[in-house]
Design a protein around this ligand. Structure first.
Ligand SMILES: C[S@@+](CC[C@H](N)C(=O)[O-])C[C@H]1O[C@@H](n2cnc3c(N)ncnc32)[C@H](O)[C@@H]1O
Length: 248
């Protein structure tokens, strides 16, 4: 009887845990679907500003994961300064920040945006298309960032990034930055915008940035930081230094 009771209790516990996890992922999914249908119904399609305003209007009364208008303006100024031909976003979600970035890219610019959840990625992609952007202007990669970063080079031929926006899992910020460095994807002057740097999980990332001569923090506000990559000792710089030394 004791074994039977034990089994029953363990079984019930497992079922409760499974059910709770299923319900929370269902709630999250329906949150994205609700955002999707509100924006789809209330925005003027093909107009990025209208789509962004509709997102902002929705987030005044409903919970969303988008960075929103205030942080969005912080991101805007970084994108305008960087004017990147190739930009990377980690954490697409419903496409809000991707739309913000896309509307400020140079005419031949391209955004690579990464989302690990396939359902969320579907919503994000549709929102970006609704805002009027074409697949020639953006590439959505549906995979975890650690898989997507190596694919940028191997599958999409990306050589260098002018802008990186990190708004995914803070625990992945540092490993992903190291992967971008190791892949040689950060160009000198590349701007890295990072959200949620006030969270405890971002501590190691910030420690790395502050202790590396390759990075300088240009601006910080609202739990965001704009960081500039200033690689030193590249072959190009060494050549310039050596030729200067030979001249003197
Ligand atoms: C805060 S939301 C991004 C919001 C979006 N940048 C915006 O402002 O519209 C974070 C998103 O990152 C995704 N995510 C979390 N960790 C990830 C990872 N390691 N790789 C790819 N996507 C990830 C989540 O599924 C979620 O959709």
């Amino acid at each position: 009887t004791l074994v039977f009771h034990y089994r029953e209790r363990v079984g019930a516990l497992c079922w409760r845990m499974f059910h709770r996890r299923k319900m929370s992922s269902f709630a999250q999914r329906s949150l994205e679907r609700r955002t999707h249908s509100f924006v789809l119904t209330n925005s003027t399609h093909g107009q990025p500003e209208s789509v962004l305003q509709t997102f902002d209007c929705y987030s005044q009364t409903q919970p969303t994961c988008s960075i929103g208008q205030e942080k969005g303006e912080f991101l805007d100024s970084a994108v305008s300064r960087a004017a990147p031909l190739q930009a990377l976003e980690l954490g697409t979600h419903c496409g809000y920040s991707a739309i913000r970035i896309l509307r400020l890219l140079p005419a031949s610019g391209k955004l690579y945006t990464v989302e690990q959840d396939p359902d969320t990625a579907d919503v994000g992609e549709e929102m970006i298309l609704v805002a009027g952007f074409k697949h020639s202007q953006f590439q959505l990669l549906i995979s975890p960032s650690c898989t997507a970063i190596p694919q940028l080079q191997s599958q999409f031929g990306v050589q260098s990034l002018g802008l990186v926006f990190m708004d995914h899992d803070v625990a992945e910020y540092l490993p992903d930055l190291r992967a971008l460095e190791e892949g040689g994807l950060l160009t000198k002057g590349c701007i890295i915008v990072v959200n949620n740097t006030h969270l405890p999980g971002a501590k190691e990332f910030l420690h790395y940035i502050h202790n590396s001569s390759h990075y300088s923090v240009c601006f910080q506000a609202l739990g965001m930081q704009e960081i500039r990559y200033q690689a030193t000792n590249t072959t190009e710089e060494l050549t310039v230094t050596l030729s200067n030394q030979m001249d003197t």
